[in-house]
Each structure stands twice: as structure tokens, then as C-alpha cells.
Design a protein around this ligand. Structure first.
Ligand code: GAR
Length: 208
């Protein structure tokens, strides 16, 4: 079994999608073992408690530097025996040292079709605001491995979502979550835990 830590900062609907998938037996060879929040008030912590998943709070502002934060996080993950780190709406950028140490073992969900609307400054509702401002007709979500480059790691899964007349950032965010994020993330986690993701030359091959 791969022990999974889910890192969160807010509402935690993607965490909930993982909890529901685990209950349905859809996280093959994976076990949700810890939830780590960068924010003590995150609603995601309540979801973790309701599902009896041990939860921890680690705030960036309690550490002198991003590197010190990354070191504390790495220490905690090591002690818990975590084999996969899932960033599910985690809003703190992780330091390069941490990303290198856990290379190939951290995945992130991003609410656009990378390489559109991603990188520094593109998170949460801002991503959907940017997509509507640009006037794109299709957006979506991406699950990718995390590298030192923000939103730049190898892409695992993507799903397109149509933009509809009258969309607001909030409506679009909800539809992207429902139609793409909550499906893609559990699938990618399960594929990882089953050993079906192979990275080579910066791209991911899904093994049958
Ligand atoms: C999700 O839409 C996720 O894709 C996004 O934040 C939201 C968190 O919602 N993540 C990013 O923008 C990361 N760059 P949730 O807390 O309800 O899962």
C-alpha cells in the first residue's frame, strides 16, 4: 500500500473527491494516511476529521524561510512513511530542495489546461478569471508531477471543459471541479499507487 499525504489550504473539495473514491475502493493500492494544511482554519481539516484521517497544520509563516518550511515538511512526511504527496488546492509554493527530494512522488491538480493559465500568480479563481478575460472557449484541469518550475512538471492527465455563455469565474470554477478535477485527481492517484505511471524525458506514459 502506498501511504498518501494530501496537502490542502482551503475548502478541500478535491480532498473530498479522494475520500469518496477511497470509500468506493477506487484508490487501488493507496491509502489516505495524512492531511496536511497550510492554514489552521481550512475547511478541509473538518473533512479529514470526519473521515478519521490524521491531520496536521504546518503554516509557512511559523518558519524563518521557505527552505526551513520545506525541511519541516520533509521531516514530517519521512516520519509518516509517505510514498505520495498530493497537492489538492495547496497554496504555498514549495522550495526547490523539497521538490528535488520528493521528485516523482508529488502530484498537483491545476484548474486549467497547462500550459495555459498556469505558473506564478495563477491559482484558484484567478485562473478562471484569466480564462474568461482571454475569451478562450475551452478550459479544463490538469494533474501533473511537481517539479521546481511552478506548474511545469510532467503532465499525467488532462480533461477539457467547455466555457458557456454567461459564465462567471465562480460558475466556471464549479463546473471545472465537477466535470474534471474531482474525476482526474482520484484517477491519477490510483494510477500512481498501482505503479502505472512512467516518467521519461519529461513526459508521462500510462502503463496498461
Ligand atoms: C482547485 O480548483 C484546485 O485546482 C486549485 O485550487 C482549488 C482548490 O479547491 N489549485 C490551484 O489553483 C493550484 N495552482 P479545493 O480546496 O476545494 O480542492
Amino acid at each position: 500500500m502506498v501511504k498518501i499525504a494530501v496537502m490542502v489550504s482551503g475548502g478541500g473539495t478535491n480532498l473530498q473527491a479522494l475520500i469518496d473514491a477511497e470509500r468506493r475502493g477506487e484508490l487501488k493500492n493507496g491509502e489516505l494516511s495524512a492531511v496536511i494544511s497550510s492554514n489552521a482554519d481550512a475547511y478541509a481539516l473538518k473533512r479529514a476529521n470526519r473521515a478519521f484521517i490524521p491531520s496536521y497544520v504546518l503554516c509557512r509563516r511559523d518558519y524563518a524561510s521557505t527552505d526551513a518550511y520545506g525541511a519541516a515538511l520533509a521531516e514530517m512526511l519521512g516520519q509518516l512513511g509517505i510514498g505520495l504527496v498530493v497537492l489538492a488546492g495547496f497554496m504555498t509554493v514549495l522550495p526547490p530542495d523539497f521538490c528535488r527530494r520528493f521528485e516523482g512522488r508529488i502530484i498537483n491538480i491545476h484548474p486549467s489546461l497547462i500550459p495555459s493559465f498556469c505558473g506564478p500568480g495563477f491559482y484558484g479563481l484567478r485562473v478562471h478569471e484569466a480564462a474568461l478575460t482571454k475569451g478562450v472557449k475551452v478550459t479544463g484541469a490538469t494533474v501533473h508531477f511537481v517539479s521546481e518550475v511552478v506548474d511545469g512538471g510532467a503532465i499525467i492527465l488532462q480533461k477539457a471543459v467547455e466555457i458557456l455563455p454567461g459564465d462567471t469565474p465562480e460558475r466556471l470554477q464549479k463546473r471545472v471541479m465537477q466535470e474534471a478535477e474531482w474525476k482526474l485527481l482520484p484517477r491519477a492517484v490510483s494510477l500512481f499507487c498501482e505503479g502505472k505511471l512512467q516518467i521519461s524525458g519529461g513526459t508521462v506514459r500510462i502503463l496498461d
